[in-house]
Design a protein around this ligand. Structure first.
Ligand code: BES
Ligand code: MN
Ligand code: MN
Length: 464
C-alpha cells in the first residue's frame, strides 16, 4: 500500500470528523443574516491551514467576505501550486425536503455510496472538496512529501458570483503568483470513471420586473381590461424559446463556438446511460435544444432558465387579485466565445421589446462570468492525467461541465496560469439541492490523488 493510502486509512475518522465540524457552521453568503457564521468559517479555515503546516496564514479583508490565504514556501526556485476553493455555501432551502438538518451533518449510506456519505449543505460544494486539499497538504508536510511550493486562496463569495475576487486579484498579483491553479469544485463521471473537467460554462444572471397597474386590483372589477403582469411575464418568458427550444434573443448565438464533429463524436464516447439519467430524476423524457444530445445540451450549448418566479397572492386559500407587479430571476449559461456582458445587454434589449403596451419592464443585471475551456495537450493536464492514472489505475476522461466558476477565466487572464479542475463530486450528490452529500470514498480518494498531482507536476516541470 502506498504511503498516502496508508496515511488516509489511519486518519480516516479524524478526517471525517474535522470536515463534519466545518459543515456545522452555516456560511450562507447569499443571506446577510449569516455574516457572523461566514466570518467564523473563514476563521476555522485559517486555523486548519495553520495546523496542516502552512508557514503563514492570514484572513484578507475585501469589500465583501474575507479571503483566507495561506502558503508554504519550500524553495523559491521550485514551482508553486495555487489551490482555490470556497468556504461559503448555498442557502439550504427548501428546508422541509431535507431528511436531516442541513447544518447537522450525518453519515448515511446510499446506493452509490455504500461506504457512507456525509449529508450537509456544503458537503460536496465546496467545503468537502476544499478540505481534501488541506488534508493532502497535511500529509505532504508531515511526511516530507511536499515537492514544491503551495498557496491557498479560499474565498467566501463564490456562490454569489465571487464579487470581491477581481478586486483582490488586482491588488495581490505578486502574492498570488503561481505556476498552476488547482481547484476541486466540480465533479467526475462516476466512481469507476475518473474524469477531469476541461470546460465550464459562463453565466449571465438577471432579474426582471414587470409592472402593470399602480396597485393590486380586484380581478373581477378590472380583470380582462388591463394587462395582468403575471400573465404578461409568463407570455414573455415563453417567447424566449422557439418550438425547437432554441433561444430567440437576436444575436444570442452569433459568437457560439460550434463544436467540431470530431469533438462531438469524442464526447459521445464518454460512458452515459440515458435510461439511468431519466430514472435518477424520475422523468419520462429529457427535454432540450433540437439537434443535440443530453450531454451536449448540458455542456457545450448555451441555455436560458427561469430560476424563480413570483408575484400576486400565494398564501392560503384564494384571493381574487390582479397583482401590480410580477418578477422572475433568469440565468443564461454561456459557452465560448459568448461574452456575458454582451449577452446581458442583448437580453435586456430583447426583453424590453417583448413587453406589450400597458406594462413597464425593468431588467436588473446581477452577476456573470465568462466560459472556460482548456486544452489537454499541456504539461498541467499531463500531470493531472498521471496523478489519476496512479491513483485510479486508469486514465481520466476529459469532460466539459455545464456549471460555472466564473473566476477561472479571470485567473487565466490576470495570473496567466492554467487551471486544473480535479473534481471528485458526483452529479447525484445533490449540490445546491436538499440533501446535498459527499461520498466518503470520494472524499478520501481526493485526498489520496491530490499529492500525486504535486508529484507529477513538479517532475514534469523539472524536465521542461
Ligand atoms: N461548484 C459549483 C460549480 C460547478 C459544480 C461546476 C459542478 C461544475 C460542476 C459552484 O459552486 C457554483 O455553484 N457556481 C455557480 C455560479 C456562481 C456564479 C453562483 C453555478 O454554477 O451556478
Ligand atoms: Mn462550488
Ligand atoms: Mn455552488
Amino acid at each position: 500500500m502506498s504511503d498516502i493510502k496508508k496515511y488516509v486509512e489511519e486518519n480516516r475518522e479524524r478526517f471525517i470528523n474535522e470536515l463534519v465540524e466545518l459543515l456545522k457552521i452555516p456560511s450562507i453568503s447569499a443571506d446577510p443574516a449569516y455574516k457572523n457564521d461566514v466570518l467564523k468559517t473563514a476563521d476555522a479555515v485559517m486555523k486548519r491551514l495553520q495546523e496542516a503546516g502552512c508557514d503563514t496564514v492570514e484572513i484578507c479583508d475585501t469589500p465583501g467576505n474575507p479571503i483566507v490565504f495561506g502558503e508554504k514556501i519550500v524553495d523559491k526556485n521550485l514551482p508553486t501550486v495555487l489551490v482555490y476553493g470556497h468556504y461559503d455555501v448555498q442557502p439550504p432551502d427548501p428546508l422541509d425536503l431535507w431528511t436531516s438538518p442541513p447544518f447537522n451533518p450525518v453519515i448515511k449510506e446510499t446506493k452509490i455510496h455504500p461506504e457512507g456519505a456525509i449529508f450537509a449543505r456544503g458537503a460536496c460544494d465546496d467545503k468537502g472538496q476544499m478540505y481534501m486539499h488541506v488534508k493532502a497538504l497535511e500529509y505532504m508536510i508531515k511526511n516530507d512529501a511536499l515537492p514544491c511550493n503551495v498557496k491557498f486562496m479560499i474565498e467566501g463569495e463564490e456562490e454569489i458570483g465571487s464579487v470581491s475576487l477581481g478586486w483582490f486579484l488586482e491588488r495581490n498579483r505578486e502574492k498570488l503568483s503561481n505556476d498552476v491553479i488547482l481547484i476541486s469544485d466540480t465533479g467526475m463521471i462516476a466512481k469507476e470513471v475518473p474524469s477531469i473537467t476541461t470546460g465550464l460554462r459562463g453565466l449571465s444572471y438577471v432579474e426582471v420586473e414587470v409592472t402593470g397597474p399602480n396597485r393590486d386590483l380586484h380581478s373581477g372589477l378590472y380583470g380582462g381590461a388591463v394587462a395582468n403582469p403575471i400573465n404578461v411575464l409568463a407570455k414573455m418568458i415563453a417567447a424566449l424559446h422557439d418550438e425547437n427550444n432554441h433561444i430567440t434573443i437576436p444575436g444570442f448565438y452569433d459568437k457560439v463556438e460550434e463544436a467540431s464533429d470530431i469533438e462531438r463524436s469524442k464526447m459521445a464516447e464518454a460512458p452515459f446511460s440515458l435510461e439511468n439519467y431519466k430514472e435518477a430524476l424520475d422523468i419520462e423524457a429529457v427535454y432540450g435544444e433540437k439537434g443535440y444530445s443530453t450531454n451536449e445540451r448540458n455542456s457545450i450549448r448555451p441555455t436560458l432558465d427561469v430560476n424563480g418566479i413570483w408575484g400576486g397572492y400565494i398564501g392560503e386559500g384564494a384571493k381574487t387579485v390582479i397583482a401590480s407587479k410580477a418578477y422572475a430571476k433568469i440565468s443564461m449559461r454561456l459557452v465560448p466565445d459568448q461574452d456575458w456582458q454582451e449577452i446581458t445587454a442583448l437580453f435586456k434589449k430583447h426583453f424590453e421589446n417583448l413587453a406589450p403596451k400597458g406594462v413597464k419592464v425593468n431588467v436588473k443585471p446581477h452577476h456573470g462570468g465568462q466560459a472556460y475551456v482548456t486544452p489537454i495537450d499541456t504539461l498541467e493536464y499531463q500531470a493531472a492525467n498521471d496523478a489519476y492514472e496512479e491513483s485510479f489505475g486508469k486514465a481520466p476522461i476529459p469532460q466539459r461541465s455545464g456549471g460555472s466558476i466564473p473566476i477561472v477565466s479571470l485567473f487565466e487572464k490576470e495570473l496567466k496560469s492554467k487551471t486544473i479542475l480535479m473534481g471528485f463530486g458526483l452529479d447525484s450528490d445533490a449540490i445546491h439541492s436538499p440533501n446535498e452529500h459527499f461520498g466518503i470514498w470520494n472524499y478520501l480518494k481526493g485526498i489520496e490523488t491530490i499529492p500525486l498531482f504535486y508529484k507529477h507536476f513538479t517532475k514534469l516541470k523539472k524536465q521542461e
